[in-house]
Design a protein around this ligand. Structure first.
Ligand SMILES: Cc1cc2nc3c(=O)[nH]c(=O)nc-3n(C[C@H](O)[C@H](O)[C@H](O)COP(=O)(O)OP(=O)(O)OC[C@H]3O[C@@H](n4cnc5c(N)ncnc54)[C@H](O)[C@@H]3O)c2cc1C
Length: 480
């Protein structure tokens, strides 16, 4: 990939701004104020450092993607106040190994797993409240601890604590350049040329999914049709700047967490409500009104995260989930109402699809489906036969009007290409050398753990664990 350096202040402007904006006495600069950055800033401050946290967002939008979250995945050897049963380290490791297909750094992943358990108490002691895990849609009551009040409440609690202990927080500071010399961090600079110098820096400024130009480089024009589920500010400026300085990266620019979301969701920040759970209850067709994947391959909790990529591969990156009346109340209600019609041709007209093509697809599906009632609580094996592709569970005819449809688009959660780090959270400058005072945590280094695939709740665990490690080590290694 060809990397263009970001435009920066001229040498003269730069000199003037350095004089006016150096934060005297700052030991540690944290760039990015989501979960990872807050965990780093708090840990460094509690270790005695003076800490400045910068975020691109205005205060009203602080908290990045973290404010959209609901839970984090934690190992535990016995039931806790918020987690049922046991979730041993080995099972956690096997889960990550399976979803990544082995594209993961085992030592770093096992570190994340080990530290996920103490992270729960650490967050609680700093004001984050957890609730008993919810039974239901995603069956995560054993593995994932849910934040009471969601990610916003977690973010507010951590900001409150960080402020109380003396972390200096500056909003609307979007860093575009990180100055390194001899592999050592010197200062960070905004587009306007405002400069922040410190003895060490923690980079916690997310992935690059909100940078449409970069996504187009990776995916082609298809990326223009992607919706970004979280903040518009995770544009990867710092990652790109460091790549232009030949700092090591980990991961593939096309790998990301992507789910199929309601196509009517906003371009950015739609959050969790735009997700749709209707897919296994009916069929999904593309712009040509053709089915393209087995909608009943497995339980939805295990398959929802592949559908973003599947829709991304379809013409114009759009698809339509279609169900009939008998299925309408069987899944979590959608935030946007279904598009409804009394006949298939009328539905096709509303969706802008070819009516005879959609009628043919549904007639063929109905002829190949089972007449028996489906049981969505089990993999019931009620499969179509003779279709390409077959629907291998819950295949029931769509024959009761009114018919309902939801348009689907790829909803990108976060990208996996990031900085390569070591187990101290230090950024690897090259294969042999880690920067002595530059650290990374959260989405910007998640690719070390997640080469591909995803286990629900690991994003926040990676950020929390590596945020703490980065903050502690940055404070311990200070030279000023
Ligand atoms: C809708 C949604 C639901 C999710 N649900 C879950 C869940 O339940 N559990 C889970 O584990 N994960 C979930 N995730 C993923 C999770 O949000 C991330 O893995 C996690 O928040 C990463 O934390 P972070 O601190 O690295 O990034 P973020 O929280 O995104 O923080 C990055 C911060 O950096 C700032 N920033 C970006 N660029 C710059 C710059 N150049 N200069 C200064 N500041 C900058 C941004 O403004 C932002 O505040 C979800 C994500 C989304 C979008």
């Amino acid at each position: 990939m060809k990397l263009r350096p970001m435009p920066r202040a001229t040498a003269k402007e730069h000199k003037k701004l350095v004089r006016t904006s150096i934060k005297a006495g700052t030991n540690i600069l944290v760039i990015g104020g989501g979960h990872a950055g807050l965990c780093a800033a708090i840990s460094a401050r509690e270790a005695g450092a003076s800490v400045v946290l910068l975020d691109a967002a205005p205060e009203s939008m602080r908290g990045g993607n973290s404010r959209h979250t609901r839970n984090l995945r934690a190992m535990h050897t016995e039931p806790t106040a918020t987690l049922t049963g046991q979730y041993e380290a080995e099972e956690y490791w096997q889960d990550i190994l399976r979803v990544t297909g082995g594209e993961t750094n085992e030592a770093l992943t096992r570190l994340v797993i080990r530290e996920s358990y103490p992270l729960l108490d650490w967050l609680s002691e700093r004001g984050v409240k957890f609730q008993p895990s919810l039974r239901g849609t995603l069956s995560l009551d054993r593995t994932n601890a849910f934040f009471l009040g969601g990610g916003c409440a977690l973010i507010n609690a951590l900001y409150r604590h960080a402020t109380q202990i003396g972390v200096a927080i500056h909003y609307e500071k979007e860093i575009e350049h990180v100055e390194l010399s001899d592999g050592t961090f010197r200062w960070a600079e905004t587009k306007a040329g405002e400069t922040f110098r410190a003895g060490a820096a923690v980079l916690a400024c997310g992935g690059f999914q909100a940078n449409t130009d970069w996504m187009v480089e990776a995916w082609g024009d298809a990326a223009r049709n992607f919706l970004i589920r979280g903040t518009p500010l995770n544009r990867g400026y710092v990652l790109r700047d460091l790549m232009a300085q030949d700092v090591l990266t980990k991961g593939d620019p096309r790998q990301c967490h992507a789910v199929a979301i309601d196509a009517r969701a906003p371009k950015f920040d739609g959050g969790i409500v735009s997700r749709l759970d209707s897919v296994p209850f009916g069929i999904v067709v593309n712009r040509a009104a053709k089915r393209f994947y087995d909608e009943g391959q497995d339980f939805w909790a295990k398959r929802y995260a592949i559908w973003g990529r599947l829709v991304a591969m379809q013409p114009e990156q759009i698809a339509y989930s279609i169900i009939d009346h008998k299925m309408h109340d069987l899944f979590m209600p959608s935030v946007f109402p279904a598009i409804t019609a009394n006949s298939i041709p009328e539905l096709a007209a509303q969706l802008g699809l070819d009516a005879s093509a959609l009628t043919d697809t549904i007639s063929q599906f109905n002829a190949a489906a089972s007449e028996a009632t489906c049981d969505h609580t089990i993999l019931d094996g009620r499969t179509t036969t003779g279709l390409q592709p077959n629907k291998t569970n819950w295949a029931q005819p769509l024959d009761q009007s009114p018919y309902h449809a939801y348009p689907l688009r790829p909803g990108i959660t976060f990208t996996y290409l990031g900085l390569k780090v070591d187990h101290h959270a230090r950024v690897q400058i090259n294969e042999d050398t880690a920067a002595p005072n530059l650290y990374a945590a959260g989405e910007i280094m998640a690719g070390n753990i997640l080469g591909k695939g995803y286990c629900a709740g690991t994003g926040m665990t990676i950020g929390g664990v590596f945020g703490r490690i980065a903050g502690i080590n940055a404070a311990a290694g200070l030279t000023i």
